[in-house]
Design a protein. Structure first.
Length: 214
């Protein structure tokens, strides 16, 4: 049975995802108490002592605010988790996957990566950075049996969507052709497809119910 390390698996969205993926994989939930992704030594030590086949990076930090009103501390917190943490994880995971001639890297991104909205500048930019990084990573590692993809999430029934004000969410739902939030089971189905389909590689896949915020 393939083993998944799900970074950020202790939150509302992550805990649901762990339960769904555990029906077909050994899925290990990784929270900050187990491995602090913003600490390079913590990541290195954890990866070196842990067996895995698949990395899913769901760890996320979002602090809404207009760019010119963001404090340096808030900017740093978001970049440390959304961007630097992901880089730490893949830097230290790659050699093991290369040695095993198999690996899957799945970064959980956001539809805001390609269509940002006011107040999400730092968060959106960090997601866009990693969407691009995925493409280069796949070029460097595909010959070792490692694929890398990102999933650009729309609005789902868990996670950061729970923090969206009711009036804003109501308008969003009107803009989704399916007129509903995404189910975590649908996200899980996509992840399983990516894991089992090697030819899905180096791409950013949107799962939004048809929603576009342009």
């Amino acid at each position: 049975m393939k083993r998944i390390l799900l970074f950020g698996g202790t939150g509302g969205l992550g805990s649901q995802l762990v339960n769904l993926l555990s029906t077909e994989y050994e899925c290990v939930s990784i929270g900050s108490k187990i491995c602090d992704v913003t600490n390079d030594n913590s990541v290195k030590e954890f990866i070196n002592k842990t067996d895995f086949d698949i990395i899913i990076y769901l760890s996320v930090k979002n602090i809404d605010g207009l760019i010119h009103k963001q404090t340096l501390d808030n900017v740093t917190k978001q970049l440390d988790v959304n961007l630097n943490g992901f880089i730490n994880v893949i830097r230290h995971s790659t050699e093991k996957m290369r040695a095993n001639k198999f690996g899957r890297i799945i970064y959980i991104s956001s539809v805001l990566s390609k269509n940002p909205i006011r107040g999400t500048g730092i968060y959106s930019a960090s997601k866009a950075f990693c969407d691009n990084l995925i493409k280069t990573y796949s070029l460097e590692n595909s010959k070792y049996g490692i694929t890398a993809n990102s999933i650009q999430l729309g609005y789902f029934d868990g996670g950061l969507t729970e923090r969206v004000p009711e009036d804003v969410l109501s308008n969003v739902l009107k803009s989704i052709p399916l007129k509903r939030l995404g189910y975590v089971s649908e996200m899980s189905n996509l992840i399983k497809t990516i894991i089992e389909t090697e030819y899905i590689n180096g791409t950013n896949i949107s799962i939004t119910g048809g929603y576009e915020n342009e």
